[in-house]
Design a binder for this molecule. Structure first.
Ligand code: LLP
Length: 382
């Protein structure tokens, strides 16, 4: 469990992100223990958090990396990741991003459309290179998660539909400067139920059987990310349920001889180790609501405003046994700038420090400068 050094916090400008590096290390260790002895490789999804210190720890732990833009590739390289550990995904890669990937001989481009395949083939040919490619398949599986973060349904913009897959694979195999190494899937994010992952395994087994009947084999299968974390009671589960997650694949996915299984996990690796620390500016008693107005806003942590997400909130300054219900809101000029409604907290005062838990993933990285605000800083437990 993360220890919050209040005295240290008092000397810092709020709001800021605070990362528990011991928890990050413990999380990665648990992950690694669960894949030991299997032909499994985990690419950390940089989109969840690209803080250089976090990237450094993840690189030191020996994980590979999953990028979705040229900027993320640059961040990964700066943290010391080598090109051959980079998977590069995204529906809209620009020519310069493709060039960057090829210049660094990246492990694989996860390709989402035929025109993209053609452009990669052309750019690779012009460089006298061959691009490793995995085709992203849209498996049409409902991950039962928030509509903004479900990705594996036919109505989503991602990947190649099952009906078109066979033609696209043949097309890719006929291209001179494309080396088709695998199939890539990703069904959504913050998935806590193993059933959608089991369905994904069944779907992949069917797809592989169909291709095998035609003599087509793939060196890698990439099942993307999506494992969720416990936002309601983070202290109950600081390290996510990696065992259950990986067991689902061990038990249900039939890997072929010599085949590798790749994962792109983001949230489950960094989610619980990060917190947003904010100070209470004012407590305002209204007629129907009491408001706690904090100095962090949706600009610092947008998940509640964008996905109606709830991050557990703790007042680490108050030891009052008496509690009160508050709406916790920020200073931004938007009604959606609200972290929680009717949150029960110890009686809260101006100057108190609040912790918003489970903010390590899609927190700092999604911060923005709306209202000309400063971006939040970051501090570490060691
Ligand atoms: N691979 C692909 C192709 C993805 O699209 C994503 C996430 C991941 C891997 C990593 O997924 P994870 O293991 O973190 O679930 N901003 C949203 C989440 C967006 C996820 C987008 N894709 C949030 O704050 O909940």
């Amino acid at each position: 469990m993360t220890d919050y050094p209040l005295n240290r916090f008092k000397g810092l400008e709020t709001p800021f992100y605070y990362y528990d590096l011991n928890l990050l290390k413990a999380t990665i260790n648990e992950l690694k223990n669960n894949i030991k002895g299997y032909p499994y490789k985990v690419h950390y999804a940089v989109k969840a958090n690209a803080n250089p210190r976090i990237l450094h720890e993840i690189k030191e732990a020996g994980l590979s990396i999953d990028c979705v833009s040229g900027g993320e590739i640059v961040a990964a390289l700066a943290a010391g990741f080598k090109g051959d550990s980079i998977a590069f995904a995204g529906v809209g890669k620009t020519d310069s991003e493709i060039n960057l990937g090829l210049n660094h001989d990246i492990f694989c481009f996860n390709v989402e459309s035929v025109p993209e395949l053609e452009v990669i083939n052309e750019i690779a040919a012009a460089k006298g290179k061959v691009a490793n490619v995995a085709i992203r398949v849209n498996p049409n599986i409902d991950a039962h998660t928030h509509k903004y973060i479900t990705t594996g349904l036919n109505e989503n913009k991602f990947g190649i539909n099952l009906e078109q897959l066979s033609d696209v694979v043949e097309h890719a195999n006929s291209m001179s400067d494309i080396n088709l190494i695998g199939l890539h899937f990703h069904i959504g994010s913050q998935i806590l139920d193993n059933e959608p992952f089991k369905m994904l395994c069944d779907r992949i087994n069917e797809i592989q059987d169909q291709f095998e009947a035609k003599g087509i084999k793939f060196k890698i299968i990439n099942v993307g990310g999506g494992l969720g974390i416990n936002y309601s009671i983070p202290t109950k589960e600081p390290v996510p349920a990696f065992k259950q997650y990986f067991d689902t694949f061990k038990q249900n996915l039939r890997l072929r001889e010599g085949q590798e299984l790749h994962f792109e996990l983001g949230r489950s690796i960094v989610g619980q180790c990060g917190s947003l620390i904010t100070r209470v500016l004012y407590v305002k008693n209204g007629t129907s609501k009491n408001f706690v107005i904090v100095d962090a806003g949706m600009t610092d942590l947008i998940r509640p405003a964008l996905y109606q997400a709830h991050h557990a909130i703790e007042n680490i300054s108050s030891s009052s046994a008496e509690t009160e219900k508050y709406d916790i809101v920020g200073p931004i000029c938007e009604s959606s700038d609200k972290f929680a409604s009717d949150e029960e907290l110890p009686v809260t005062h101006r100057g108190d420090f609040l912790v918003m838990h489970s903010a390590g993933a899609y927190g700092e990285i999604m911060a923005m400068r709306y209202n000309c605000r400063k971006l939040p800083g970051s501090y570490f437990s060691e």
